[in-house]
Design a protein around this ligand. Structure first.
Ligand code: ADE
Length: 250
């Protein structure tokens, strides 16, 4: 999958493509990461990319010509890519959206706005989709585009390597991920649950399911309203109910 970021601050992006799972995904040829400086497409000798808003008001607006030229350049290099504008006005990003973007696209071109935003005519003519990473306003779309690329890239087969572990991630199937432990067996007087040392895969699977349900119940009960309980989860809940009842009776 091909990721292109259009920005006025390419230095913010380059180290992102050069580290961790993302750089390994690029080395393996599973993903591509490009960064394009919008200022390189400025059409005047002062390299201006912004101007005052028509109608007055504070701040500056990103000029249409350099942005259009940068987007067309990116599309020429990756014609099958969707053009996504990073903006707090967009559709809220989620794990579900990450799956959708990871499976349905050959490439994505992220347009990172700065200042008061981009000229509306670029939005009308060149943007396929708007995405927000949350109901807050940042100084630009760069961090948002990296958040989105990071969460999509790890879903692409092979990027996470031998530990293809997104299947148990939080938010997959509307549940939070179960509790994890590693060596030592005892830390600060706290022991690793016995079942995890047992080697019994079925018992471990059920323990993890219960842990996942418990965490979701305590930390994000709203997720339980979204995703239906399966047969095993219903059984686990009934068991908890029974244990609570026993506690009350004692
Ligand atoms: N640019 C500024 N704030 C943003 C947000 N919340 N999401 C996406 N892009 C943005």
């Amino acid at each position: 999958m091909d990721f292109t970021i259009l920005t006025l601050f390419p230095e913010l992006i380059t180290s992102f493509f050069e580290h961790g799972m993302i750089s390994r995904g690029i080395e393996k040829g599973l993903i591509k990461g490009h960064c394009i400086n919008i200022r390189d497409f400025s059409c005047n000798r002062h390299n201006t990319v912004d101007d005052r808003p028509y109608g007055g008001g504070s701040g500056m607006v990103m000029k249409p010509e350099p942005l259009q030229a940068a987007i067309l350049h990116a599309k020429k290099k990756a014609p099958a890519s969707q053009v996504v504008l990073m903006t707090p006005q967009g559709t809220r990003f989620s794990q579900e959206k990450a799956f959708e973007l990871a499976s349905g696209n050959e490439g994505l071109i992220f347009v990172c706005g700065r200042y008061e935003g981009i000229d509306e005519r670029v939005y009308t003519t060149l943007i396929d989709e708007e995405i927000s990473i949350g109901d807050y306003v940042m100084t630009g779309g760069e961090l948002a585009s990296m958040v989105i690329i990071d969460s999509i890239a790890r879903l692409i087969p092979g990027v996470l390597g031998s530990c293809e572990s997104w299947q148990s991630d939080s938010f997959t199937d509307d549940r939070l991920e179960y509790a994890q432990y590693t060596r030592p067996e005892e830390f600060e007087g706290l022991k690793v649950p016995e079942v995890l040392l047992s080697g019994n895969h079925e018992k471990i699977r059920l323990w993890r399911k219960s842990s996942s349900l418990q965490r979701t119940f305590l930390k994000r009960p709203d997720l339980l309203q979204k995703g239906k309980l399966d047969v095993e989860e219903k059984k686990i809940l009934k068991q908890w109910g029974q244990e609570l009842e026993n506690l009350v009776r004692e």
